[in-house]
Design a binder for this molecule. Sequence first.
Ligand SMILES: Nc1ncnc2c1ncn2[C@@H]1O[C@H](COP(=O)(O)OP(=O)(O)OP(=O)(O)O)[C@@H](O)[C@H]1O
Ligand SMILES: [Mg+2]
Length: 340
Amino acid sequence: MSVGVPAVSPAMLASDVQTLLRVEDLSIRVGPPGRRVQLVLGVDFSMVRGERVALVGESGSGKSVTARALLRLDARPAIEGRVLLQGRDLLALNEREMAGVRGAGIGMAFQDAMTALDPIMPIGKQVMEPLVLRGVPAAQARQRAIEVLTELGVAHAQERLGAYVHEFSGGMRQRVVLAMALIAQPQLLIADEPTTALDVRIQQQVLNLLDEIAERRKLSVLLITHDMGVVASFAERVLVMYSGRLVEDAAVDALFAQPFHPYTQGLLQAIPRVDRNLDQLVAVPGLPVPPSARPSGCAFHPRCPLATAQCASEVPAMRSFGMRRVACHRAEELGAGHAV
Ligand SMILES: Nc1ncnc2c1ncn2[C@@H]1O[C@H](COP(=O)(O)OP(=O)(O)OP(=O)(O)O)[C@@H](O)[C@H]1O
Ligand SMILES: [Mg+2]
């Protein structure tokens, strides 16, 4: 285990040719001067081509805000840092250039299919839209919509193009949202909680489909979820977020074998297991903090069973432990003797 070397993830070690996305020191804030609230602070991570990364953390930790900032979807929050897609800084592009990246460079499947879809526009039109906006003739866009819906397991896609969202089940709606994100053939798919609202069987079907599509298209996927079961079955690497910061970045196997951050440990203990009774299920004790009332030092310290005085006063820097990165003053002790 090496401590004190600059924070590098496995993705950062790969050559630039392999790196698809590099997010550097991303900070996001809202509100007028004097009443500013930092939603996200100094987030750094990379993804290589074809990699599947899960972004996890409890509600309000900043997962969706981070994802939306990569595509500059909201005008209001001020975004700082760099978002390099194949070396090109998306935060420095003009609006026209940015419109070219949305859908084709990065496709985003939004959280909550019901609000992401327009109730009064036929499904087909919505799926075609990203292509039509790029000037693809309607007949061609329609054909592509049929293909991508079929790829996502929507039977009789041609006949269903004229249907409306209320005529679709939850699982089907989610497939439509994914079709819109995939139709312009992005290199990176960001899927924000694609399975959260679905029952377990449909959840697994959607994950299997995503798995097949990612494999076939050599697609990179950033999957946002708070479900560690979904993480285990889909991702290769995990980014753990707490109160607007990344706190751990590790390969899935290593993270499940031994989480180094106490918050990650809490998340893993909260997973129901068939070999334990439900009453042994422990959620991370305490409540998540809103960004406007973030505690000093390590934001997790009031809920952390291992917190010391240092944790209350000093924000822990992200440090590397082999291929893993952790932002915790006590990471050495937690990770002692474990594979990184
Ligand atoms: N435009 C905004 N103005 C002010 N606060 C915002 C804005 N957008 C998000 N927030 C706040 O930022 C924090 C992070 O929100 P975000 O939606 O990213 O959480 P999340 O991790 O995606 O949670 P969930 O799992 O519930 O989807 C929340 O406290 C939210 O209330
Ligand atoms: Mg969210």
